[in-house]
Design a protein around this ligand. Structure first.
Ligand SMILES: C[S@@+](CC[C@H](N)C(=O)[O-])C[C@H]1O[C@@H](n2cnc3c(N)ncnc32)[C@H](O)[C@@H]1O
Length: 275
Protein backbone atom coordinates (compact mmCIF):
# COMPACT_ATOMS: atom_id res chain seq x y z
CA UNK A 1 0.00 0.00 0.00
CA UNK A 2 1.75 3.15 -1.11
CA UNK A 3 -0.98 5.54 0.00
CA UNK A 4 -0.42 7.05 3.47
CA UNK A 5 -3.38 6.89 5.84
CA UNK A 6 -3.91 8.97 8.96
CA UNK A 7 -3.66 7.15 12.29
CA UNK A 8 -6.94 7.60 14.21
CA UNK A 9 -6.43 8.91 17.75
CA UNK A 10 -7.78 5.78 19.49
CA UNK A 11 -5.21 3.53 17.79
CA UNK A 12 -2.00 2.84 19.75
CA UNK A 13 1.06 4.32 17.98
CA UNK A 14 2.71 0.94 17.50
CA UNK A 15 -0.18 -0.37 15.41
CA UNK A 16 0.64 -0.67 11.72
CA UNK A 17 -2.46 0.52 9.88
CA UNK A 18 -0.78 0.39 6.47
CA UNK A 19 -0.54 -3.42 6.34
CA UNK A 20 -4.01 -4.93 5.89
CA UNK A 21 -4.89 -7.03 8.91
CA UNK A 22 -6.82 -10.30 8.59
CA UNK A 23 -8.64 -9.43 11.83
CA UNK A 24 -9.75 -6.02 10.61
CA UNK A 25 -10.71 -7.29 7.13
CA UNK A 26 -13.00 -9.76 8.86
CA UNK A 27 -14.38 -6.93 10.99
CA UNK A 28 -15.14 -5.10 7.73
CA UNK A 29 -17.01 -8.12 6.28
CA UNK A 30 -19.14 -8.11 9.42
CA UNK A 31 -19.93 -4.41 9.10
CA UNK A 32 -17.73 -3.41 12.08
CA UNK A 33 -16.00 -0.06 12.51
CA UNK A 34 -12.53 -1.19 13.65
CA UNK A 35 -10.85 -1.26 10.27
CA UNK A 36 -8.75 1.18 8.27
CA UNK A 37 -8.45 2.21 4.62
CA UNK A 38 -5.78 -0.41 3.82
CA UNK A 39 -7.92 -3.16 5.41
CA UNK A 40 -11.00 -2.08 3.48
CA UNK A 41 -9.12 -1.90 0.19
CA UNK A 42 -7.88 -5.47 0.48
CA UNK A 43 -11.21 -6.71 1.89
CA UNK A 44 -12.93 -5.30 -1.20
CA UNK A 45 -10.48 -7.20 -3.40
CA UNK A 46 -11.28 -10.37 -1.46
CA UNK A 47 -14.99 -9.72 -1.93
CA UNK A 48 -14.47 -9.31 -5.68
CA UNK A 49 -12.86 -12.74 -5.78
CA UNK A 50 -15.51 -14.05 -3.45
CA UNK A 51 -18.76 -12.07 -3.20
CA UNK A 52 -20.05 -14.42 -0.47
CA UNK A 53 -17.41 -13.34 2.08
CA UNK A 54 -19.90 -11.36 4.16
CA UNK A 55 -22.45 -14.22 4.31
CA UNK A 56 -19.58 -16.56 5.20
CA UNK A 57 -18.56 -14.37 8.17
CA UNK A 58 -22.16 -14.06 9.36
CA UNK A 59 -22.67 -17.85 9.12
CA UNK A 60 -19.54 -18.37 11.17
CA UNK A 61 -20.84 -16.04 13.89
CA UNK A 62 -24.15 -17.90 13.85
CA UNK A 63 -22.30 -21.20 14.39
CA UNK A 64 -20.29 -19.60 17.22
CA UNK A 65 -23.57 -18.62 18.83
CA UNK A 66 -25.08 -22.13 18.52
CA UNK A 67 -21.94 -23.90 19.76
CA UNK A 68 -21.24 -21.61 22.74
CA UNK A 69 -24.88 -21.62 23.79
CA UNK A 70 -24.97 -25.42 23.70
CA UNK A 71 -21.73 -25.78 25.68
CA UNK A 72 -22.70 -23.19 28.30
CA UNK A 73 -26.14 -24.73 28.68
CA UNK A 74 -24.53 -28.14 29.20
CA UNK A 75 -22.49 -26.84 32.13
CA UNK A 76 -19.25 -25.50 30.65
CA UNK A 77 -18.42 -22.31 32.49
CA UNK A 78 -14.92 -21.57 31.14
CA UNK A 79 -14.22 -20.47 27.57
CA UNK A 80 -10.81 -19.93 26.00
CA UNK A 81 -11.44 -18.13 22.71
CA UNK A 82 -8.24 -18.38 20.63
CA UNK A 83 -8.04 -15.92 17.72
CA UNK A 84 -11.15 -14.23 19.04
CA UNK A 85 -10.84 -11.21 16.77
CA UNK A 86 -12.23 -7.78 17.42
CA UNK A 87 -15.11 -8.04 19.85
CA UNK A 88 -18.27 -7.83 17.82
CA UNK A 89 -21.99 -8.31 18.25
CA UNK A 90 -22.96 -11.57 19.95
CA UNK A 91 -19.61 -12.07 21.64
CA UNK A 92 -18.68 -15.33 23.28
CA UNK A 93 -18.79 -13.87 26.80
CA UNK A 94 -22.28 -12.48 26.23
CA UNK A 95 -23.65 -15.69 24.74
CA UNK A 96 -22.01 -17.84 27.44
CA UNK A 97 -23.08 -15.56 30.29
CA UNK A 98 -26.68 -15.50 29.08
CA UNK A 99 -26.80 -19.30 29.06
CA UNK A 100 -24.77 -19.70 32.26
CA UNK A 101 -24.21 -16.73 34.62
CA UNK A 102 -21.10 -18.44 36.04
CA UNK A 103 -19.39 -18.53 32.66
CA UNK A 104 -15.99 -16.82 32.26
CA UNK A 105 -14.36 -16.06 28.94
CA UNK A 106 -10.72 -15.38 28.15
CA UNK A 107 -10.19 -13.90 24.69
CA UNK A 108 -6.81 -14.33 23.02
CA UNK A 109 -5.69 -12.56 19.86
CA UNK A 110 -2.38 -11.39 18.41
CA UNK A 111 -3.87 -8.41 16.59
CA UNK A 112 -3.03 -5.19 18.48
CA UNK A 113 -6.25 -3.45 17.48
CA UNK A 114 -8.37 -6.41 18.58
CA UNK A 115 -6.51 -6.30 21.88
CA UNK A 116 -6.71 -2.50 22.32
CA UNK A 117 -10.40 -2.43 21.64
CA UNK A 118 -11.20 -5.72 23.41
CA UNK A 119 -9.46 -4.87 26.65
CA UNK A 120 -11.15 -1.45 26.78
CA UNK A 121 -14.54 -2.96 26.08
CA UNK A 122 -14.08 -5.56 28.81
CA UNK A 123 -12.55 -3.29 31.46
CA UNK A 124 -15.73 -3.29 33.53
CA UNK A 125 -16.87 -6.84 32.70
CA UNK A 126 -15.85 -9.11 35.60
CA UNK A 127 -16.45 -12.36 33.73
CA UNK A 128 -14.31 -11.70 30.62
CA UNK A 129 -10.67 -10.76 29.91
CA UNK A 130 -8.48 -10.24 26.89
CA UNK A 131 -4.97 -11.62 26.50
CA UNK A 132 -2.66 -10.29 23.77
CA UNK A 133 -0.78 -13.43 22.70
CA UNK A 134 0.03 -15.76 19.84
CA UNK A 135 -1.94 -19.01 20.07
CA UNK A 136 0.85 -20.83 18.19
CA UNK A 137 2.86 -20.65 21.38
CA UNK A 138 0.56 -22.64 23.72
CA UNK A 139 2.98 -22.41 26.65
CA UNK A 140 2.91 -18.62 26.60
CA UNK A 141 -0.90 -18.69 26.60
CA UNK A 142 -1.47 -21.55 29.06
CA UNK A 143 1.19 -20.37 31.49
CA UNK A 144 0.24 -16.70 31.32
CA UNK A 145 -0.83 -15.24 34.68
CA UNK A 146 -3.79 -13.65 32.90
CA UNK A 147 -5.04 -17.17 32.17
CA UNK A 148 -3.95 -19.02 35.30
CA UNK A 149 -5.46 -16.33 37.51
CA UNK A 150 -8.77 -16.42 35.69
CA UNK A 151 -9.46 -19.95 34.38
CA UNK A 152 -9.00 -23.19 36.29
CA UNK A 153 -7.71 -25.76 33.83
CA UNK A 154 -8.22 -28.56 36.34
CA UNK A 155 -11.89 -28.19 35.48
CA UNK A 156 -13.43 -28.56 31.98
CA UNK A 157 -12.91 -25.69 29.58
CA UNK A 158 -14.08 -25.06 26.03
CA UNK A 159 -11.26 -24.17 23.64
CA UNK A 160 -12.66 -22.17 20.73
CA UNK A 161 -10.92 -21.92 17.36
CA UNK A 162 -13.37 -20.16 15.08
CA UNK A 163 -11.88 -19.32 11.67
CA UNK A 164 -8.38 -18.98 13.04
CA UNK A 165 -6.65 -22.20 11.99
CA UNK A 166 -6.59 -21.05 8.34
CA UNK A 167 -3.98 -18.57 9.61
CA UNK A 168 -1.84 -21.38 11.04
CA UNK A 169 0.14 -23.03 8.20
CA UNK A 170 1.35 -26.63 8.32
CA UNK A 171 4.86 -25.38 9.02
CA UNK A 172 3.60 -24.15 12.40
CA UNK A 173 2.27 -27.64 13.28
CA UNK A 174 -1.43 -26.99 13.92
CA UNK A 175 -1.93 -30.60 15.11
CA UNK A 176 0.79 -30.16 17.74
CA UNK A 177 -0.69 -26.84 18.84
CA UNK A 178 -4.18 -28.31 19.25
CA UNK A 179 -2.78 -31.28 21.08
CA UNK A 180 -0.98 -28.96 23.55
CA UNK A 181 -4.26 -27.23 24.39
CA UNK A 182 -6.04 -30.60 24.59
CA UNK A 183 -3.46 -32.07 26.93
CA UNK A 184 -3.63 -28.99 29.17
CA UNK A 185 -7.40 -29.26 29.53
CA UNK A 186 -9.27 -31.54 31.92
CA UNK A 187 -11.31 -34.58 30.79
CA UNK A 188 -14.79 -33.38 29.84
CA UNK A 189 -13.33 -30.31 28.10
CA UNK A 190 -14.46 -29.34 24.63
CA UNK A 191 -13.11 -27.92 21.41
CA UNK A 192 -15.19 -26.04 18.85
CA UNK A 193 -13.84 -24.92 15.52
CA UNK A 194 -14.78 -23.60 12.12
CA UNK A 195 -12.49 -23.70 9.10
CA UNK A 196 -12.58 -22.59 5.46
CA UNK A 197 -12.08 -25.25 2.80
CA UNK A 198 -11.10 -25.58 -0.85
CA UNK A 199 -13.06 -28.85 -1.17
CA UNK A 200 -15.82 -27.28 -3.27
CA UNK A 201 -14.33 -24.39 -5.23
CA UNK A 202 -10.56 -24.74 -5.41
CA UNK A 203 -10.13 -22.00 -8.02
CA UNK A 204 -12.07 -19.38 -6.08
CA UNK A 205 -10.18 -20.31 -2.95
CA UNK A 206 -6.86 -19.97 -4.77
CA UNK A 207 -7.83 -16.40 -5.76
CA UNK A 208 -8.69 -15.54 -2.14
CA UNK A 209 -5.41 -17.01 -0.97
CA UNK A 210 -3.64 -14.73 -3.45
CA UNK A 211 -5.43 -11.69 -2.01
CA UNK A 212 -4.46 -12.66 1.55
CA UNK A 213 -0.79 -12.87 0.58
CA UNK A 214 -0.90 -9.06 0.94
CA UNK A 215 -2.43 -9.22 4.44
CA UNK A 216 -0.91 -9.68 7.90
CA UNK A 217 -1.58 -13.43 7.70
CA UNK A 218 -1.58 -15.71 4.68
CA UNK A 219 -4.27 -18.38 4.43
CA UNK A 220 -4.26 -22.18 4.49
CA UNK A 221 -7.54 -23.89 3.61
CA UNK A 222 -8.03 -27.52 4.64
CA UNK A 223 -10.04 -30.50 3.42
CA UNK A 224 -12.57 -32.34 5.54
CA UNK A 225 -10.18 -35.27 6.27
CA UNK A 226 -7.45 -32.78 7.23
CA UNK A 227 -9.77 -31.06 9.69
CA UNK A 228 -10.90 -34.42 11.10
CA UNK A 229 -7.25 -35.32 11.64
CA UNK A 230 -6.67 -32.09 13.58
CA UNK A 231 -9.45 -33.15 15.94
CA UNK A 232 -7.98 -36.50 16.87
CA UNK A 233 -8.19 -37.13 20.60
CA UNK A 234 -11.68 -35.62 20.73
CA UNK A 235 -15.01 -37.46 20.45
CA UNK A 236 -16.97 -35.42 17.95
CA UNK A 237 -20.51 -34.44 18.82
CA UNK A 238 -23.06 -35.35 16.14
CA UNK A 239 -22.98 -34.63 13.23
CA UNK A 240 -19.15 -34.54 13.26
CA UNK A 241 -17.24 -32.32 10.84
CA UNK A 242 -19.89 -30.87 8.57
CA UNK A 243 -20.68 -27.77 6.53
CA UNK A 244 -21.09 -24.97 9.05
CA UNK A 245 -24.67 -24.09 8.15
CA UNK A 246 -25.62 -27.75 8.69
CA UNK A 247 -24.12 -28.03 12.19
CA UNK A 248 -27.25 -28.30 14.34
CA UNK A 249 -29.08 -25.45 12.58
CA UNK A 250 -31.54 -23.45 14.64
CA UNK A 251 -35.09 -24.44 13.92
CA UNK A 252 -37.04 -21.33 13.06
CA UNK A 253 -33.98 -19.40 11.83
CA UNK A 254 -34.47 -17.04 8.88
CA UNK A 255 -34.10 -18.63 5.42
CA UNK A 256 -30.45 -19.08 4.44
CA UNK A 257 -29.25 -16.04 2.44
CA UNK A 258 -27.29 -18.24 0.02
CA UNK A 259 -30.10 -20.73 -0.47
CA UNK A 260 -28.35 -23.31 1.68
CA UNK A 261 -25.63 -23.77 -0.96
CA UNK A 262 -22.79 -25.24 1.09
CA UNK A 263 -20.28 -24.69 -1.74
CA UNK A 264 -20.82 -20.93 -1.54
CA UNK A 265 -19.89 -21.05 2.15
CA UNK A 266 -17.03 -23.53 1.79
CA UNK A 267 -16.68 -23.75 5.56
CA UNK A 268 -16.74 -26.70 7.93
CA UNK A 269 -17.51 -26.76 11.64
CA UNK A 270 -17.26 -29.25 14.48
CA UNK A 271 -17.48 -29.61 18.25
CA UNK A 272 -15.58 -32.32 20.11
CA UNK A 273 -15.30 -33.55 23.69
CA UNK A 274 -12.17 -34.73 25.41
CA UNK A 275 -12.79 -38.14 26.93
C1 LIG B 1 -11.18 -14.47 10.78
S1 LIG B 1 -10.85 -13.83 12.37
C2 LIG B 1 -11.94 -14.81 13.36
C3 LIG B 1 -12.42 -14.12 14.60
C4 LIG B 1 -13.36 -14.90 15.49
N1 LIG B 1 -12.71 -16.10 16.02
C5 LIG B 1 -14.62 -15.28 14.78
O1 LIG B 1 -14.75 -16.44 14.39
O2 LIG B 1 -15.50 -14.46 14.61
C6 LIG B 1 -9.26 -14.55 12.74
C7 LIG B 1 -8.60 -13.96 13.98
O3 LIG B 1 -7.51 -14.79 14.35
C8 LIG B 1 -6.46 -13.94 14.79
N2 LIG B 1 -5.21 -14.68 14.68
C9 LIG B 1 -4.60 -15.15 13.57
N3 LIG B 1 -3.48 -15.82 13.89
C10 LIG B 1 -3.37 -15.77 15.25
C11 LIG B 1 -2.42 -16.27 16.18
N4 LIG B 1 -1.35 -16.96 15.77
N5 LIG B 1 -2.61 -16.04 17.51
C12 LIG B 1 -3.69 -15.33 17.93
N6 LIG B 1 -4.63 -14.83 17.09
C13 LIG B 1 -4.48 -15.05 15.77
C14 LIG B 1 -6.52 -12.74 13.87
O4 LIG B 1 -5.85 -11.61 14.43
C15 LIG B 1 -8.03 -12.56 13.77
O5 LIG B 1 -8.49 -11.72 14.77
Amino acid sequence: MSQQHHQPVWVPDEVDIETPSAARMYDYYLGGSHNFAADRELARQAMQAWPDARAFAVANRAFLYRAVKLLAASGIDQFLDLGSGIPTAGNVHEVAFTANPDARTLYVDCDPVAYAHGSTLLSDVPYARFLHADLRDPESVLGNAELTGFLDLRRPVAVLLFLVLPFVPEADDPAGIISAYREASAPGSYIALSHGTGDYRPQTVARIRDVYKHASHSMTLRSKPEIEALLSGYELLEPGVIDTILWRPDRGAAPDPLGGDVARYSMYAAVGRRA
